[in-house]
Each structure stands twice: as C-alpha cells, then as structure tokens.
Design a protein around this ligand. Structure first.
Ligand code: NAD
Length: 488
C-alpha cells in the first residue's frame, strides 16, 4: 500500500575526502527512509570523527592554493559548476523527492536556484576588492583587505539540504575558503549528487569535502581545531549545543535557525492574492520551510471572509505522491515529526484554536507515509503554545487584529525574527510597517520571491545571526585585515 517509490539512481559515494570518493564511512550504518511510504531507500555507512579528521586535513592541504588561485579562475570554476548543475537537473530532481518527500515539480526550481547561487557568488570571486582609508592628519597610508577564514564547516538540516548547502558553499568558495560539508543522514542524496557535480566541474581535490552523518559527525566538526569557522543551519536547540562547544574553541559560528514568521493581512489587501500567498506558508517545503509564513494576522473586518477563502483554497490542494505530476504537497519527513506536529495541533485546539480544516492524520494510500493535511486553526490566542513555537509542518494559525499598531505588536511578539510578510495595497503603510518588523527578511505582497542569492537572508533574535545571500553573505566568509603604513 501507499505511494510506490520509483526506481531512482542514488549517488554512488557518501563521502569525499580530498580526491578519494568513498562509499562507506567508518561510523555506524543508517537506513534512510523515504517518507512517501516508509520504505528504506538504502543503508549508508556514515562517517565518524576519524573521517572528519581526514576531511579537515584534505581541506587544509588544499587551502593555500585555493586562496592563491586568481579570482577570475575561481569564478570560471564556479560558473562551470553552475552549468554542470543545470545539465544534471533531471537527475537531481528525483533525489530531492526521495530524500525528504519534496514534490518532484519543485525539483527543477531547486537545481536552478543552486546554479544561480554559484553564478551569483562566482561573480563576486573576481571582485574581492579592499579599500583605502583616509587617515586623520594624513600621517599614514591605510588599507583594508579581506581574507578567507581557511576551512569552513557546513552543517545543514534535512528540510532543504541542497538549498541550504549551496547558500553557504557558494559564498564560502568565492571568498577563497575550502569547505567540509556534512550531508544530513536523514536527507543525504541531493548533497551527495552536488558533490559529484563539483568533481565533474573540475574543482581541485580538497576544496570541497563531504562527510555524511548525524549529530555526532556535526559535533566532531564543531570541535575540530582545523575548522576555522562553522556555518550552521538548523534548530535553536542544536545551535545552543554548538555555541557551548564553540565557547571552548572560540570558533566563529554563523547561525541560520528557525522561525515563526508573521503574515499581516490588512483590510486594503488584494484578498485573493493574500490568501493564496498565505496558504503557501503551509505548502512550501511540505510545510517545513524555516521562513514559511505560518502565523497569519488578519484585520478583523476581513477576518471571516479571509479564513473562508483559505479554507476553500486548501480544499483544492492535492496532497499525496511526491512523484505525482499534479501533487502540490508531499509528506512530512517522518512518523516522529508527524506525531510531534499532531501533538502541537491537538494542544492548540484545546487552547481554543478553531479547526478550519485538517488536524487529522491522512488515511487510505496516505497512511503508509508521513502525510499530514493542510491544517488551519483560527482564533488562536497569541499566548498559546502553537502561536509561540515553530510547528515545522503544514499548519497555519490565524489571529485577528483591530489596528495597525496591534498588528505590529502581535507580529513582533515572538522569540523568532526570520521572516515577515505584509499584504497591503497602501505603499505608505507597507514602508511604515516593514520598518517596524523585527525580522531579517520582510516581503511585501510576496511569499518567497526574496529567497534569491542576490539579497541577504537571515534572522534576528532566536532566528540566528549573520546573513547568507548578497554581499553580506560573502562577507560572512571573509575576515578583515587592516594595514597601516606610517609615512616616513
Ligand atoms: P537540527 O538542529 O536537529 O539538525 C540540523 C543539523 O545539525 C543536522 O545536520 C544534524 O545532524 C546536525 N546536528 C545535530 N546535533 C548536532 C550537534 N550537537 N553538533 C553539531 N551538529 C549537530 O535541525 P533539523 O531538525 O535538521 O532542521 C529543522 C530546523 O532547521 C528548524 O528549526 C528550521 O527552522 C531550521 N532551518 C533554518 C533555516 C534557515 O536558513 N534559517 C533553513 C532550514 C531549516
């Protein structure tokens, strides 16, 4: 029963250490499960700390020549990788679906996005200019230059591994760093394929190294003295452990964490468009996107019509086989995730949430996989658990507001600060409200278009610090050196 997993050619190797592509690591064996029907796709022998050690040594051996390579040569390699990714998009798409149940239709977009990141940051690689500083009194010649860190460790989550890995790799490589990348064991295939393509594009051995593994492999990377900077994308709970470890080594750590992003719908909004975009917060990445707008704050005068519109639109969303050509939403990552999501929804109802749709596990063909329906709870109070914590599933909550001031207060009344979405046709209001959002990325009349390599992305408050994307993303992987020359 359930949705059949098609034959998919999985990547050959799970680890890349220097020029050694290795099928097995030295760690434990892990059975990867396809969330569409609960079947094991393949057993992987994961890395352990000895493999991390070797990967770091390989990166460090490659470091000096990668840093010294002229920027135009690094640029050309990154452009070549972009082209190779595009050429292999058809092979990448099914891997993205098998690894975490994302819909096949999203695959081409994910490959295109990965290619664009290497193009965008490849374009910076030959423009890593410094600047001169006019000194007070003119007694010295002073200039600022930018240096790579050396070796960057990259740890990413399962919900969008290709997306997350490339948003770090591209700027880190452009800036002249080597990388040790960890593919999450729960969704490893797209990163393994990406690293295969890195080789095909002709990157020198050791510039990009791959270890596949879980928390212990990540912890070994954070502890490793040969890794100069960690970029972590994942949960706040893991970030706390990483920061505790980094407190010993004094290693810099960039953090891209979770969110509870508000969607503000004002009475003057294009209601139809705002409902469609509001619903996307439940659908995008099968409801498991860090920046999904999941906390809908709606002007009271349009509250009921808006909720009714959401319900009607949700009824038309096909949830099912990730490989189906008309499927709009697939499963969540695992049974454990499904149970956690359902628990939060159940408690949200007991705290006063009104069920508009969903809130029950799906049966029939869906029962074998981890399928949870689009769930909308209205009248959720701001203090309830489901209004305050990240659900990380296809669940929207809706709360009314009576004034712009109240909307802003509610939007900012969260520990998180990743995204905020504003729906209004009043441009003055759009700027006024955007300027008050305590969130790293504010979108007006949008729902994800800003997730593009050329603009900075990242969080405020518990959503992390540092930025990926744009010139700010490049700077994350550069250190500043100031040179002061006394004029004799
Ligand atoms: P997680 O924190 O459990 O795991 C993330 C990664 O950290 C995995 O690769 C895991 O193996 C590794 N890890 C676990 N323990 C570790 C340790 N002690 N030391 C080092 N590494 C360790 O998160 P998850 O469940 O995989 O992902 C979901 C979370 O990620 C959500 O909170 C989501 O919002 C967040 N996320 C954020 C962004 C962003 O860009 N802000 C993007 C995607 C996901």
């Amino acid at each position: 029963m359930g949705f059949r997993m098609p034959e998919v050619i999985l990547p050959e190797f799970a680890h890349l250490i220097g020029d050694s592509a290795e099928i097995t690591g030295s760690g434990e064996t892990f059975a990867h499960v396809y969330p569409g029907n609960g079947e094991v796709t393949r057993e992987i022998r994961l890395a352990d700390e000895t493999d991390v050690d070797r990967a770091v040594a390989a990166a460090r051996a490659a470091q000096a020549s990668w840093r010294a390579m002229p920027g135009d040569k690094r640029r050309d390699l990154m452009f070549r990788l972009a082209a190779v990714i595009e050429q292999h998009a058809a092979q990448m798409s099914p891997l993205l679906s098998v690894e975490n149940g994302s819909i096949l239709l999203a695959g081409p977009h994910m490959s295109a996005d990965a290619a664009q990141k290497f193009r965008y940051f490849g374009g910076w690689a030959d423009k890593l200019e410094g600047r001169t500083v006019p000194t007070w009194g003119g007694s010295a010649h002073d200039y600022v230059g930018y240096e790579p860190y050396g070796t960057v460790g990259i740890i990413v989550p399962w919900n969008g591994p290709l997306f997350a890995a490339t948003m770090v790799m591209a700027p880190a490589l452009a800036a002249g760093n080597c990388v040790v990348l960890k593919a999450p064991e729960t969704a490893p295939w797209s990163i393994m394929k990406l690293v295969e393509l890195v080789r095909l594009a002709g990157f020198p051995p050791g510039v990009v190294n791959l270890v596949t593994g879980g928390p212990s492999v990540g912890a070994a990377m954070v502890e490793h003295p040969g890794i100069d900077k960690i970029e972590f994308i994942g949960s706040g709970a893991t970030a706390r452990k990483i920061l505790a470890s980094a407190a010993q080594s004094l290693k810099p750590v960039g953090l891209e964490l979770g969110g509870k992003s508000a969607v503000l719908v004002f009475a003057d909004a294009d209601l139809q468009a705002a409902a469609k975009r509001g619903l996307s917060g439940a659908i995008s990445a099968n409801g498991q996107g860090c920046v999904n707008g999941t906390r809908l704050l709606v002007a009271r005068e349009i509250y009921e019509p808006y909720v009714a519109m959401l319900k009607a639109m949700a009824a038309h969303i096909k949830v099912g086989d990730p490989f189906g050509m008309d499927t709009v939403m697939g499963p969540v990552i695992s049974e454990a995730a499904l149970n956690r999501i359902h628990g939060m929804v159940t408690r949200g109802i007991s705290e006063g949430g009104r069920v508009i749709c969903g809130a029950e596990r799906m049966g029939g063909d869906h029962a074998a996989g981890a399928f949870y329906p689009i769930t909308i709870l209205a009248d959720v109070t701001p203090e309830s658990e489901i209004a305050r914590n990240e659900v990380f599933g296809p669940v929207l909550i809706v709360t009314p507001f009576d004034s712009e001031e109240e909307a802003v207060l509610l939007a900012n009344d969260t520990d998180y600060g990743l995204g905020a979405y504003i729906h209004t046709t009043d441009l003055t209001r759009a700027h006024r409200v955007a300027g008050q959002m305590m969130a790293g990325q504010v979108q007006v009349n949008g729902s994800g278009e800003a997730m593009t390599p050329c603009v900075p992305f990242g969080g405020m408050k518990h959503s992390g610090h540092g930025r990926l994307g744009g010139i700010e993303g490049l700077r994350e992987f550069q250190q500043v050196r100031n040179v002061w020359i006394n004029l004799l």
